[in-house]
Design a protein around this ligand. Structure first.
Ligand code: GTP
Ligand code: MG
Length: 289
C-alpha cells in the first residue's frame, strides 16, 4: 500500500474521435503493447477496450472506443455509437483524437457534439504528426474548447510519454482499478478473436469485413506442448464465406498463418490454429445483445 503522504491518483481516460484517426494505435502506444487491433479501414474497433498504465504515482485506465459515425444507418453502426456513449458516462478525462491529414467534416462535428457537454478535462490530441498535415491549423482552432493540446504520432510513439505525463496531472486521487502489471481488460480468448478479425479486415475488401464476427471456441494445451485454438468466423452470406475461404482454401490458410505467427510471437509457444468459417445471418443479433 501507499504509505507516503503523496496521494495515489487514478482514473478513466476515454479515447474518442471519428473512425481512423488512430485511437487504437494511440492506445497501444500509451500502454506499450498491442492491446487493440488497428487497420486502415474505418469501424475497426467494435467495443470499448481498456488498456492500463500503472506508475508509482497512480494508474490510468484508457478506454478505446469505436469511431464516431455521422449516420447510424445499420444495426452494427447503432451499437458502435451506443458503445461510445456508454463509455463517456463515467470518465475522468477525455482524449479527443483528431487526424490533421483529413479535413474537418460532418463526422468530426458529430464527434465534437458527443463530448461538448461533458464537464471533465479534455485534451485535444492531434495525431499523425509524422505525416503531412494540411489541416493542422483547422484543428488547432478548436483548442479553445479543450484544456490543452498535445501533438503525437501514435504510429511512432512520438510524445506518448509527454501525453501520459499530462494525463496524470488531471487525474483525481483514487485507488488502482487493476493489479499493477495488468495491461488490458481483455481476456486471451477475446484478444485472440480480435487478432483474427484484424487479419480478416486487412485482407478482405468492401463490405465483407463488416459482415464478420469471430469467436474463439476452445483453447487447449496439448501433451506435445502445442496450444490448440479453435475459432469460428461468422459471416452473413454463403457468397462471403466462399471469398473468405478463397480458392483451394488459400484465403483462410493465409489468415490462419498470419494470426498464428503473431500469436506465437506474443505467447512464445507453438500454436495450432483451427479456423472454421460459418454462415450465420443473425450473428449481429447475438453481438448486439
Ligand atoms: N502515419 C500515421 N498513421 C497512423 C498514426 N496513427 C494511426 N495511424 C494509421 O491510421 C489507421 C487507423 O488507425 P486505428 O488506430 O485503427 O484508428 P481508429 O481511430 O482506432 O479507427 P476505428 O477503430 O475504426 O475508429 C491505421 O492504418 C494506422 O496505422 C500515426 O501516428 N501516423
Ligand atoms: Mg480503433
Amino acid at each position: 500500500m501507499n504509505t507516503t503522504t503523496s496521494t495515489y491518483k487514478s482514473g478513466f481516460a476515454v479515447l474518442v474521435g471519428r473512425s481512423n484517426v488512430g485511437k487504437s494505435t494511440l492506445l497501444n502506444a500509451l500502454v506499450g503493447s498491442k492491446v487493440a487491433i488497428t487497420t486502415p479501414k474505418p469501424q475497426t474497433t467494435r467495443f470499448p477496450i481498456q488498456g492500463i498504465v500503472s506508475r508509482p504515482e497512480g494508474q490510468v485506465v484508457f478506454v478505446d472506443t469505436p469511431g464516431v459515425l455521422k449516420d447510424t444507418k445499420d444495426a452494427l453502426a447503432n451499437t458502435l455509437m451506443a458503445n461510445v456513449k456508454e463509455s463517456l458516462k463515467d470518465v475522468d478525462l477525455i482524449l479527443y483524437v483528431v487526424d490533421p491529414t483529413r479535413s474537418i467534416g460532418e463526422e468530426e462535428k458529430a464527434a465534437l457534439r458527443l463530448i461538448e457537454h461533458i464537464e471533465k478535462p479534455k485534451i485535444l490530441v492531434i495525431n499523425k504528426i509524422d505525416e503531412k498535415m494540411p489541416y493542422r491549423d483547422y484543428y488547432l482552432d478548436m483548442a479553445a474548447n479543450f484544456s490543452e493540446v498535445v501533438e503525437v504520432s501514435a504510429l511512432r510513439g512520438t510524445h506518448a510519454k509527454t501525453l501520459i505525463d499530462r494525463i496524470f496531472s488531471y487525474l483525481p486521487p483514487g485507488e488502482a482499478y487493476y493489479p499493477e502489471g495488468q495491461l488490458t481488460s481483455l481476456g486471451n480468448e477475446v484478444w485472440t478473436a480480435e487478432l483474427i478479425r484484424e487479419k480478416l479486415f486487412l485482407r478482405l475488401r468492401q463490405e465483407i469485413p463488416y459482415t464478420i464476427h469471430v469467436e474463439v471456441e476452445a483453447v487447449e494445451r496439448r501433451d506435445n506442448g502445442v496450444l490448440y485454438i479453435k475459432a469460428n468466423i461468422f459471416t452473413t452470406d454463403e457468397r462471403y464465406k466462399r471469398i473468405i475461404i478463397g480458392a483451394g482454401g488459400r484465403g483462410i490458410k493465409e489468415i490462419g498463418q498470419a494470426t498464428r505467427k503473431e500469436l506465437e510471437m506474443v505467447m512464445q509457444v507453438p500454436i495450432f490454429l483451427d479456423l472454421n468459417v460459418e454462415v450465420d445471418p443473425f450473428w449481429m443479433n447475438k453481438f448486439l445483445k
